[in-house]
Design a protein around this ligand. Structure first.
Ligand code: NAP
Length: 255
């Protein structure tokens, strides 16, 4: 389905990462991929995964660093000459701001959470725009969580940053639709990843979701990967600005 197309994936930390699940689905359908890693610490582990994907590029990028973002886009332009898909699977908030009562959120923690988890979608999409234009359009997929809409215990400042991310999805979609660039988000149910372990009470959250979700289980990584494939592919060509839940139906339940 995606032969001849190219994708740029931000947010692989290890084989449990949602970004990796999406990347595997994209690669399975023939997309050529570039992966970024944040800092030397992750170079080896992300590199080992990237090596298993035919013709993949591996590039350093901290999404708060404009020079690194520019370098990634330059390299992708040089090696691929186009871009069809960008996967934004990146989020961070300082641990103390996740653990403290929400009212105690620090100014710096608030700024950091929004910079890395929401603003980065805007800056990465802008940087990729000239490459999307070479492809005649593009698809951007971001990852969000239900805590953007409802107050979820322990999610705190990350919920506020995700609300901002979801608004960025809509504004980017409205802005870039005329260029045939689509921007959507997947609101995934809880998945046991590195980032998720930073949330206090995460195991309880997993149990709660599995008990209440209509499908009576938690979502599988592969299911989030396949949803990413759908939003990245021409199968979703009429969809932009949406937040699509992939959560075994948890969000539809009232009482
Ligand atoms: P993950 O494997 O830990 O991925 C998070 C990624 O964000 C890591 O690769 C991390 O790199 C990267 N990152 C953090 N700060 C960065 C920066 N400044 N520059 C570049 N990359 C940075 O966890 P995940 O659960 O797959 O998270 C992926 C996305 O899914 C996030 O947006 C998350 O909020 C969202 N999500 C997760 C769940 C869940 O239950 N797991 C549910 C819904 C949505 P480092 O490891 O170096 O920090």
């Amino acid at each position: 389905m995606l032969e001849g197309k190219t994708g740029l994936v931000f947010g692989v930390a290890n084989k449990r990462s949602i970004a990796w699940a999406i990347a595997q689905a994209l690669a399975r359908e023939g997309m050529r991929l570039a992966f970024t890693y944040q800092g030397e610490r992750l170079k080896e582990s992300v590199g080992a995964l990237a090596e298993t994907v035919d013709g993949a590029l591996l590039l350093p990028c901290d999404v708060t660093n404009d020079a690194e973002i520019d370098a990634v886009v330059r390299e992708v332009d040089e090696k691929f000459g186009r871009l069809d898909t960008l996967i934004h699977s990146v989020a961070f908030a300082p641990r103390e701001d996740l653990e403290n009562e929400f009212v105690k959120t620090s100014r710096d923690g608030f700024k950091t959470a929004h910079d890395i988890s929401a603003y980065s979608l805007v800056v990465l999409t802008r940087a990729a725009l000239p490459l999307f234009e070479k492809s005649g359009g593009g698809s951007v997929v971001a990852l969000t969580y239900y805590g953007a809409e409802k107050a979820v215990e322990g999610y705190n400042v990350m919920g506020v940053a995700k609300a901002s991310l979801e608004a960025c999805v809509r504004y980017l979609a409205a802005n870039l639709g005329p260029k045939n660039v689509r921007i959507n988000a997947i609101s995934a149910g809880p998945v046991n990843t590195l980032a998720a372990r930073g949330i206090k009470g995460f195991t309880g959250m997993l149990h709660h979701h599995a008990e209440r979700a209509p499908l009576r289980r938690n979502v599988e990584l592969e299911e989030v990967g396949n949803a990413g494939l759908f939003l990245a592919s021409p199968m979703s060509s009429g969809i932009t600005g949406e937040v699509m839940f992939v959560d075994c139906g948890y969000n539809i339940i009232g009482l």
